[in-house]
Design a protein around this ligand. Sequence first.
Ligand code: ZN
Length: 227
Amino acid sequence: MERLLEGFDHFRRHVFPEQRELFKKLATGQSPHTLFITCADSRVMPEMIFSALPGEIFVYRNIGNIVPPYAQHVSGVVAAIEYAVKVLQVRHVVICGHSDCGAMKALQAPAKISHMPSVAAWLKHADVARYVVAENCPGLQGDDALKRLIEENVVGQLEHLRTLPAVAAAMANGSVSIHGWVYDIEHAELRMFDAVTGQFVPFDPASRKVPEATPHARFAMAMTPAA
Ligand SMILES: [Zn+2]
């Protein structure tokens, strides 16, 4: 606890004064451009990884970066998504998994979490990834299997995300795009899901190209007034 309080004191005395104007502006409202859903893992710090300032990204973290499908489960994450899309009007929603994810390891060995009924029930929302890997890559073992499971979980949660009415409507008119990424802790690398190829591709800092994780907007043209 002392470490936390020392940290706050450092922030208040050294960081805050340098950004006083920003905090003053943020005191009365926020307008983040991105909703960032990632794992609660303490090694994944979105604001640090993306060099983001306060007010830039609306972060929601839970075990396994999971988004339960609509109507199946009313949860904090689903409420946060609805709020971010409808009220904050974020332009991007990112679901970001990470290397060495404990939740995905638990998914590989359900017997090890049988003494944690809440965790086991929560991870049922990621079962789709386990099935996809088991059915399609039965030969994968060890790190390769874990890596694939982490990726398939991101894809599965993207599918769940699209079942939320607020997200589906915003995607259809082109106001929101969704992205599926995996962050590598050891190498500071980002892999991004490309819906066109169905593969994860490494982020290229030179091109800064972000692949589409969704179909193109369907109603954007229809909503544009004729010239
Ligand atoms: Zn994790």
